[in-house]
Ligand binder design. Sequence first.
Ligand SMILES: Nc1ncnc2c1ncn2[C@@H]1O[C@H](COP(=O)(O)OP(=O)(O)OP(=O)(O)O)[C@@H](O)[C@H]1O
Ligand SMILES: [Mg+2]
Length: 242
Amino acid sequence: MGDAVVVSELAKVVGEKIIVDRISFTVEQGEIFGLLGANGSGKTTTFNMLSGLLPPSSGSVTILGKSDKEMRRSKPEIGFITQENSFYETLTVKENLEFFASQAGVPGKETAAIVKTLLGQMRLTDKADALSSKLSGGMKKRLNMACSLVHDPKIVFLDEPTVGLDPIVRKEIWVVIEELNKSGKTIIITSHYMEEVERLCNRVAIMFSGRIVASGTPKELKERYKLKQMEDVFAHLMKPVV
Ligand SMILES: Nc1ncnc2c1ncn2[C@@H]1O[C@H](COP(=O)(O)OP(=O)(O)OP(=O)(O)O)[C@@H](O)[C@H]1O
Ligand SMILES: [Mg+2]
């Protein structure tokens, strides 16, 4: 399969502060790719640049062979699932999905079928008419995901999808992510949970202070640093180079 995302020398500088420091990596179509790093290492800033929310200071992003500027003009192939829920609590689950579909420019006659598919994928069919504010934390997370998938994007960005969720709900989200990937979507995820990373990610890039300090499969990284756990690899790489 071809490349989903090619990032080349991407940087973000705000005033004197280098937030993202000329990072390069490639995500292949069909992968679940993890962008890891301590708090403040530049992951969300990178995500925002990859998904067109934030203009880079320099460098380039190519999505499915198109520059990010071309992408914004054509049908968006990206779904961006933010950490904070962004649906409307006062609408029902179905109303939220219909609203997000209309915002995303989904043709009216296609909306019912898309909403039905997403309700099924996100295990929310029984809750279609429930008020969104009444959902459990895990259901809200799944609704939040569904709202960003109404236009059937090929590449899905997930920024810390399971933060603050209990272990059972977290595993439910993992299954949903795996199913999205099996249905053909390329997934790019940030996470602080190494168990989650090992379960989901084919490959990872680890950021420290705006730079990518290591990348590879979790197995390769553990072998490279002769460490048994990804947590140890992560801790090893979070030490500043002197
Ligand atoms: N617009 C901005 N102006 C100045 N500094 C910023 C701006 N946006 C982000 N930063 C800073 O850049 C650094 C990287 O932030 P970012 O949110 O990308 O990190 P992160 O890796 O996603 O962290 P976390 O794991 O906490 O979500 C932080 O120190 C943050 O305070
Ligand atoms: Mg972040």
